[in-house]
Design a protein around this ligand. Sequence first.
Ligand code: J2J
Length: 554
Amino acid sequence: ATDPGPDHTRWPADEAARHRAAGHWRGQTFGTLLTLLADAHRGRTAVVGRTGGRTQRWSFTELDDRAHRLAAGLHGLGVRAGDRVVLQLPNVPEFLPVVFALFRLGAWPVFALPAHRGSELRHFAERTGAVAILTVDAHERFDHAALAAAVAGDVASVRNAIVLDTGAGVDLGGAVGLADLYADPLDLPDPDPEGVAFLQLSGGSTGLPKLIPRTHDDYLYSVRESARICGLRRDSVYLAALPAAHNFPLSSPGVLGALHAGATSVFSPGPDADTAFALVESERVTITGLVPPLAAAWAQAAGRTARDLSSLEVVLVGGAKCGRELAARIGPALDCRLQQVFGMAEGLVNYTRLDDPDELVLTTQGRPISPDDEVRVVDPDDPLAPSDAEVAPGAEGALLTRGPYTIRGYYRAAEHNATAFTPDGFYRTGDLVRRGPTGHIEVVGRVKEQVNRGGEKVAPEEVEDHLMAHPGVLDAAVIGVEDEFLGERTCAYVVPVPGDEPPTGPVLRRFVRERGVAAFKVPDVVRVVEAFPVTGVGKTSRRELRRALRSGEH
Ligand code: J2J
């Protein structure tokens, strides 16, 4: 077995000192921030959302109080500083007090998405040695309580399944009810601001998603600046339309940016226009964030809605490339300002600025948050033996970045870290970009093995491994193919075991789904082929094979 690597690769001492001296890292934790916010904003509304059928509306004081009391309850269960807790909550208001309770304890939430299933949750729990899994009873007709119980049964480190009871009526088994955890507040020591606050998930390109350790200091900096760049004020209302655990609605500027500004966060149970428009109208939402296919759907629905959307001021679009044509439609259709955002859970986030000329807003994905974000655009030559030679200004190249809120290593992934970062600590984003004279970046493609399915990231290798677990499958390769709505969708090429009756596409799709994976990873199209194209002499690499299949698609 290889060395699992450290839990947290810190910044070199001299760089950390510079980030402190520049005022980027302020030595403040999320718990302390919430205390200050509660003092400053008290009875103003911090959170609005629905749990089951009930609408909840919590002030800053109430959010703070709930976070304190949940921290005490979790402490009573034995959750301690440095422990990992797999968190899988849909967009319910409880998301915020739970996350801040863990922040105050110094325990690390592992931000699973509602779409994740057994294979992903087991991986997160095993990889992190999580002590608990915290989820909802049921969501979109899926029994999360049963899944949590199964994962707790399978993974030895998981001592507790904690379930938010929304009244869905499923059996909670031996789970601890979240509502029963509220206890008298405890005096807890403040965690290290330069230590890990939580683990975010990478889109992944090789195998299962990697875990991303983010610190209080680095993440707070990106949240604070995002709130400013997106023009958040006390009277702003942010709608979390995408799943709040994702880095985009969490922090760009997201629910955390809204909190930071003393604004209100509204949790939308779903991202669809009908659900969201009702909330935009009733809560007078001023700002939200969408992936491009959703933005297109909203722009279309806005033309025929009876809802009053006039409160909307800014719509952020990111997660996948928003082409000029779609970009040009969004502002007029929703009568708001478009802000493009190109971010990544590993760190670097770029925004077009609210006072940028229209041309930049329509044709670029923005420029970095920080003057201290270092960006290099390098020769995308051989991804396995990169020269990292910088290209001419304005030319296309692979994006490398380093800075005050970009990680220096994935969690327990020494081997992967050796290639995911340059020797001097730049993160290889895997994105192909062009950078203009203003520093604005245009995303033109990617060098990483990943399919971006309308903002949802799929690692081909992960899906191939699931397909190859089928006894009738000899080999499989997954690539992205163009899709009118999603930008890309996944296509799996499958070579069946010779002689047998080959499995069909529908059988294989069901097989992958039933192995317990997020629905967005189930291949959209399956092509059963006799053999893969021969791609040169000798052993075919997966990368070469996928490249040959991609060129055959065009
Ligand atoms: C093209 N590709 C983009 C964009 C992300 C804000 C917004 C998005 C994310 C996110 C995020 C893109 N145009 N506008 O974390 O804080 C692709 C790139 C990138 C990868 C990161 C945030 N915006 N991408 O999407 O960690 O390939 O974060 O490297 O999920 O999404 O994915 P993820």
